[in-house]
Design a binder for this molecule. Structure first.
Ligand code: SF4
Length: 331
């Protein structure tokens, strides 16, 4: 099998799979308060279809799979899907991005099924700000979900992803830094990207990773860069001067990392996207449900990757927002 490589020589090793468009939160930087018109069940790939696509992708060199949503854990029996994917020979890492509220019940079954890594989204530690952002009174549930994970060391590291927004994030940077030192969580701030359904994104609302690092260094002194990671790693990682705790910065706007991008994405209804900001998708569900073979799927993956976008154009006058919001793409 020929390894998936795009026309710029970037090898594709990372596949993000959205398993639902639904979510139990209504984050202002993602979807409207009333939610979105949900996809009918028949439109969404079954776990067997996802596992088959994943197997073909792993045969073509994909090594890491991350499950996303919407909120993936609102879909039933996710540990069964994890079990199916974990059994794929050659898959090196299986992770999940979640808002954490279902982890008190599911952390154990997910660990037992073979989940190895996890990202929990948490943008604030203050209840009223949490409600303001997510339109849900669920901060305690997310923190309980993180606590539940600590009982399963096989799921490691526990990454906490916070979307950084100017005028919202600054006053809690040191609280999150202290959390990274007190708990086995790696805190990462992600720059706000124009993927919200309401179109509220503005460049001036971006709080850069560099600005957050400056707040931390003003308090703790110079942070120690963590080097030697995978070159396609999106986060800039730092340890505290005394070695206790790690934080990271994902800066797609101020420091784009498209040159080393190794990612493709699968939407819940089987659309293959070669970039977060793709304007086109390849319909793999039609091949799956049209009696196509694994070779047909492999050919479609190769053809799509050959047209993978060079980069995003957020900092460019040519930038056009994608028609899909984050909840319809998955992180
Ligand atoms: S914007 Fe597109 S090309 Fe750039 S890192 Fe993200 S997915 Fe890759």
């Amino acid at each position: 099998m020929t390894i998936l490589t795009d026309s710029y020589g970037r090898r594709i090793k990372n596949m993000r799979i959205s398993i639902t468009d639904k979510c139990n939160f209504r984050c202002v930087y993602c979807m409207p308060a009333e939610g979105l018109p949900w996809l009918p069940k028949s439109a969404i790939l079954t776990y067997e279809e996802i596992a088959r696509l994943a197997r073909v992708a792993v045969d073509l060199g994909v090594e890491q799979i991350r499950l996303t949503g919407g909120e993936p854990l609102v879909r039933r029996d996710v540990p069964e899907l994890v079990r199916l994917l974990h059994a794929i020979p050659g898959l090196r890492s299986l992770s999940l991005t979640t808002n954490g509220t279902r982890l008190p019940q599911l952390a154990g079954p997910l660990a037992e099924a073979g989940l190895t890594r996890i990202n929990v989204s948490l943008d604030t530690l203050i209840p009223h700000k949490f409600f303001q952002l997510t339109r849900r009174d669920a901060l305690a549930g997310v923190l309980a979900g993180l606590e539940a994970l600590e009982a399963y060391p096989q799921i490691h590291p526990i990454k906490v992803n916070a979307v950084a927004m100017k005028g919202f994030t600054e006053d809690e940077v040191l609280d999150f830094a202290a959390l990274a030192r007190r708990k086995p969580y790696v805190i990462r701030w992600i720059e706000f990207m124009p993927l919200d359904a309401d179109g509220i994104w503005r460049k001036e609302d971006i709080l850069t990773g560099a600005a957050i690092l400056a707040i931390i260094e003003a308090h703790y002194g110079p942070m120690v860069p963590v080097t030697g990671g995978d070159k396609s790693e999106t986060a800039r990682r730092y340890r505290f001067p005394d070695g206790v705790g790690e934080v990271g910065f994902i800066n797609p706007v101020s420091e784009p990392f498209c040159a080393s991008c190794d990612r493709i994405r699968l939407t819940a209804e089987g659309g293959l996207r070669t970039c977060l900001f793709s304007e086109e998708e390849t319909d793999l569900r039609a091949i799956l449900r049209g009696g196509g073979s694994d070779d047909d799927l492999a050919a479609a993956l190769h053809a799509a990757v050959q047209h993978k976008e060079l980069k995003h154009y957020i900092n460019d006058t040519r930038f056009k927002r994608t028609k899909r919001s984050m909840s319809m793409i998955g992180g």
